[in-house]
Design a protein around this ligand. Structure first.
Ligand code: PLP
Length: 411
């Protein structure tokens, strides 16, 4: 019997009523994250809990670090999973590499660039920003010119995959521009890691952070980060302590990387099990295969959406494969249709963020969600909804265009 407040009143019990257990409906997660999770990753969360200093768990941590190096394509020793979501990775990277008074150049072309600027200011950094309209990306010369205007800049931060706009920032050559001018390069790879090409060591990136719930297809809760030799040097030269105790790498390192395994805070143990399994799946598939898979399904989805009257938001050669942002057709009932996709088809997609609210849709095809099944489920559901709302022309065109795209790309 469910205990209601009525029965409690009758029995005179002072305990709180029992809450019904929670059983969410499964969804197809095609928003900007979280993405769908492989059943073996969900199962990993339920493995027996052990202590955070149990040798069995320490072995898991070693594996997680090793596999993260494999996914980041780096040899950086300081590579670990920060406790917290992608934003914790952002904050951790910045509080460790920025001291109050440091000049920092933040490139802002979407919501996540703005978030980095906010954090730099909170730390007490001297903020310089360059901006591009949402959906655009930066030319490397622009960043070089900004550094020449602010020659004391110690750090440049940029978002690789701007999830708010669907734009992919080219990074090759940027590290040299920064290093030649005495600055380090920090890259936000929350959405790009394991979804498109990213090479920490080859591209000379000094520090990078990500999150688990996007292309790694793991629940949200950990933030992979990696810091290279220049970053370590900068941390060593600090004259002040990091403004956050919880995120201070000099303390976290003594648990994760310097062999001492000293207690700092209790690692989210089950989440590390899940990440362990998610990383195994990524590496078993192979990074390059995975990048290609994201590209293949994105092309098919974009072809299908274009046939239904959606217009790609970012320019052709600077579009993210894992996050497809599109402008909506004229007089499109954005929020109700998105809600119908969720209620009637169990498909979640993303609306616009910030200045793009109501103006775009953001369809994520990340990790486990980057499949033919996702592409065709969304397109058929949309066509069904449009037909029932009285549209007669072009129904079926989305599925056909996606089919042709797959066909063309598999030849
Ligand atoms: C999702 C995202 C973040 C923030 O990650 P949370 O897990 O939501 O904290 C930061 N940067 C980018 C580019 C993202 O896509």
């Amino acid at each position: 019997m469910t205990v209601t407040s009525e029965t409690l009143k009758k029995t005179g019990s002072s305990t709180r009523p029992t809450v019904d257990s929670f059983q969410p409906r499964a969804r197809m997660l095609l928003g900007p994250g979280p993405s769908n999770v492989h059943p073996s990753v969900t199962a990993a969360l339920a493995k027996p809990l052990v202590g955070h200093l149990d040798p069995q768990f320490l072995a898991v941590m070693d594996d997680v670090q090793d596999m993260l190096r494999g996914v980041f394509l780096t040899d950086n020793r300081l590579t670990l999973a920060v406790s917290g979501t992608g934003s914790a990775g952002m904050e951790a990277t910045l509080v460790n590499l920025v001291e109050p008074g440091d000049e920092v150049l933040v490139c802002v072309n979407g919501l996540f660039g703005q978030r980095m600027a906010d954090i730099v200011e909170r730390i007490g950094g001297v903020l310089h920003t360059i901006a591009r309209p949402w959906g655009d990306v930066f030319a490397l010369e622009e960043i070089a010119a900004a550094l020449d205007r602010h020659p004391s800049t110690t750090l440049v931060t940029i978002v690789h995959a701007e999830t708010s706009t669907g734009a992919l920032q080219p990074l090759v050559g940027l590290a040299d521009i920064c290093h030649d001018r005495g600055a380090l390069l920090v890259v936000d790879a929350v959405t790009s890691l394991a979804g498109c090409e990213l090479r920490i060591d080859d591209w000379g990136i000094d520090a990078c952070y990500s999150g688990t719930q996007k292309c790694l297809s793991c629940p949200p809760g950990l933030a992979p980060v990696t810091v290279g030799p220049r970053g370590l040097e900068k941390m060593k030269r600090r004259t002040t302590r990091a403004v956050s105790w919880y995120l201070d790498f000099s303390l976290i390192q003594s648990y994760w990387t310097d062999g001492r395994r000293a207690y700092h805070h209790t690692a989210p143990i089950a989440m590390n099990y899940a990440l362990h399994q998610a990383l195994r799946l990524v590496l078993a598939e192979g990074l390059e295969t995975r990048w290609q898979r994201h590209g293949l399904h994105s092309s098919a989805l974009m072809a299908g959406l274009a046939a239904l009257g959606f217009v790609p938001f970012a320019a052709e050669n600077q579009r993210l494969p894992m996050l497809n942002a599109v402008r909506l057709p004229e007089d499109f009932d954005e929020a109700p249709i998105r809600r119908e996709l969720l209620d009637a088809y169990d498909i979640e997609i993303g609306g616009g963020l910030g200045e793009l609210a109501g103006r775009v849709w953001r369809v994520g095809l990340m990790g486990e969600s980057a499949t033919r099944q996702s592409v065709f489920s969304l397109l058929t559901a949309l066509e069904d909804i449009l037909l029932r709302r009285g549209r007669s022309q072009g129904i079926g065109a989305g599925v056909e265009a996606a089919t042709r795209s797959y066909h063309a790309l598999s030849e």
